[in-house]
Write a protein that binds this ligand. Sequence first.
Ligand code: FE2
Length: 300
Amino acid sequence: MDIKNLSKDFGVEIKNFDCSKEIKSDEIELLKKIMQDKHFICFKNQNLDGNNLAKFTKNFGDLEAYPEKDKTKGKIEIFNVSNVSEDGEHLSPDDQRVILQKNNSRWHTDSSYRYYPSIFSILYGQETLPEEAKGGQTEFSNMLLAYENLPDDKKLLLTPLHQVHSYNDIRRLEPGLPELTYEEKSNFPPVTHPVIRVHPDRNYKKSIYFTSNTSLEIGGMSLEEGKKLHGWLVDYISQNKFCYKHSWKKNDLIMWDNRVLLHRVIPYDYSKYRRAMIRGTVEGKVPVLGPFSNEVRLRD
Ligand SMILES: [Fe+2]
């Protein structure tokens, strides 16, 4: 495999590596090491379908199942990130499947609405926008870097806070979406996560952990105070110095670490262009730790 850095601080591109084949254990270890150090990989020129995407994803852990059965292409573990239906029809911008895509243009990290959020997301570009089109890129912001650069007063302010993450609350941001069923709601009740995250596998380094695509509420603050702080965080992490923007080419397969990077889709003309992607997601097995979690506070 040929490996090239994509930016000064994070992200690599890998050429001449076929993700549809059986991956050897030393190659898996190398890819995990790259993810740990660089947080983002783009594998060029892949040829995948839902089945071999699921197979590739399983090299890194168990697959997460998507909360809503009807938003997937056949397999509930492979999520359809697309404005194209499974039969190849270009969907109208007010179709609920497209509205759900629009919500992805808010900064987020996948499945933060779970008590055990996902580790990696792996996204394959089946149909991408033409060169001349505006938007459609996926932008990433590095939360380890963003934490390091926070002013001291903001570190102090953010350290004890938790944010509410609620799958059902996507409906507050996107009222065009239909109600979840009772079962879907019961399976995904709201959770809270620390706004400053501690990484035991990175020598207890800290990063920022928040999202804009579910709830905006910060525990212990009024709605107005929480929204104001949230708005400040969005402006702060959107600075170019923390970000890398991935411009898609057809058959790119990208993989990122949800524990470190936030991402968002840059909006594009949904009615003019087709954009079809499928995603496999590696399930997390541990909760998000904060500076005051017992595992962090009471360690020797
Ligand atoms: Fe996402």
